[in-house]
Design a protein around this ligand. Sequence first.
Ligand code: DC
Length: 225
Amino acid sequence: MPMNIAIDGPVGAGKSSIADQVARRLNILHLDTGAMYRAVALHVLRSGVNPLDEKAVAACCEHADVRVRYVDGAQRTLLGEEDVTALIRTGEVSAATSAVSSWPAVRRRMVCMQREIAKHADMLIDGRDIGTNVLPEAPVKIYLTATPEERARRRYRQQVEKGEETPYEQVLAELNARDARDMSRATDPLRQAKDAVRIDSTDMTPEQVVEAIVRRVEEHYGRKA
Ligand code: DC
């Protein structure tokens, strides 16, 4: 059985960067499932389909050839042979992904792929429904969160560094809206799994969060990671 570690949590909790660091410490791969939904959304946008049109998205998604590869241990996300790793990080794709990822047909396909990928390697998998739905049998599950205000502050600082000028209040409002959508959608909403360890990173440094997760993994697998 491969080592599967599930990390779920809301937007801005720092999952991706924490997951990257933990995976490096443990010398395992990191599967960013959000990137897979983002690739579907990019395909939907390129096809001229409205992300809110469930039927059209479901049909379009069947032709989205999402692939995941690892180059020097880092995930590359592809549509067919095209590497779209950078292209899926725009605001337009983020907004479309929130809608596209809510449709059951899209989720069924992605969940199936994610289970298949996780079967073949020791992996840390991050997303919204990994511990509750994709890999409910994963022996180590983390629910990583922070207050909405702290998550919005982190997002805001990242955007300022990128030279974007969105006011903090708007960042907070958008984050609250995404939380509400992710937590209230009918299919696979974001929830903490009953057996997940909850880590509130509001007053923690990234190093402390990484340490807490590595310790939890070591407790379970009984080896020095
Ligand atoms: O983690 P992220 O911001 O890259 O995720 C992009 C979107 O995909 C976000 O709106 C939530 C959704 N998502 C999901 O529904 N299920 C997952 N397992 C991962 C992401």
